[in-house]
Design a protein around this ligand. Structure first.
Ligand code: PGA
Length: 248
């Protein structure tokens, strides 16, 4: 049985001070033990949050990492650096990185391998643009992404994967996919994982929906049969909003 997994994606928001304040507020109201929870924060806040979340069971995630062990890659962060801080998860292939920072399926694939090699659970983001959905190509787009992103990744690693279905047109726009649209695609993603691997792997993989999830729509989305959790951007920035989603 897959446990629901709600992860916050803070993107490029919050200073260390603000992160500490969030952690104090959130810890005071967080009491769930039947939902997996994590915050994916900017690099500079990770050590602060690690300390603040100690003993709470709240997981910690980064939002990106490099695929090399180390090297002359100015401005980049390695998996070992994240691991040293105690990071559990790393978002990989977020559409904002694909769109603004030249992330490709090839680099996503290398980063996934590097995350697994270092014991970091990747949260792999896939999803179509509005144009692709309007052209009826959303399933093909997501299928192509998954085949390329998961190339040569072994089944025993893939089964630990978290996949976030994030339609680009629903991110930060206030436009949420309907619960049915999100559920359909999450089901399709599970079928594709089964096609790439087998039924066991597809049953183990956690599939989240992301894109304008907020307290008002979280219950409906998270109670859909194919949706195992959510990747939450804007609504994860306030402890009071995020807890409502966690307590869906
Ligand atoms: P949003 O972002 O909830 O602000 O739409 C989700 C995401 O990009 O992960």
């Amino acid at each position: 049985m897959r446990m629901p997994f709600i992860a916050g994606n803070w993107k490029m928001f919050k200073t260390c001070k603000e992160a500490e304040k969030f952690a104090e507020e959130f810890k005071a109201i967080y009491e769930k033990d039947d939902v997996r929870v994590a915050i994916c924060a900017p690099f500079t806040q990770l050590a602060v949050l690690k300390k603040a979340f100690e003993g709470t069971g709240i997981g910690l995630g980064a939002q990106n990492m490099h695929f090399a062990d180390e090297g002359a890659y100015t401005g980049e962060i390695s998996a070992a650096m994240l691991k040293e801080i105690g990071v559990d998860y790393c978002i990989i292939g977020h559409s904002e990185r694909r769109q603004y920072f030249a992330e490709t399926d090839e680099t996503v694939n290398l980063k996934l391998k590097q995350a697994f090699a270092n014991g970091i659970v990747p949260i792999l983001c896939v999803g179509e643009s509005l144009e692709q959905r309007e052209a009826g190509k959303e399933y093909d787009v997501v299928r192509d992404q998954l085949f390329a992103d998961l190339k040569d990744i072994k089944a025993e690693e893939a089964r630990k994967l978290v996949i976030a279905y994030e339609p680009i047109w629903a991110i930060g726009t206030g436009k949420t996919a309907t619960a049915e649209q999100a559920d359909d695609m999450c089901g399709a993603i599970r079928d594709i994982v089964e096609e790439i691997y087998d039924t066991d792997v597809s049953c183990d993989v956690t599939i989240q929906y992301g894109g304008s999830v907020k307290p008002a729509n979280a219950g409906e989305i998270l109670n859909m049969p194919e949706i195992d959790g959510a990747l939450v951007g804007g609504a994860s920035l306030k402890a009071a909003d995020f807890i409502e989603i966690v307590n869906f």
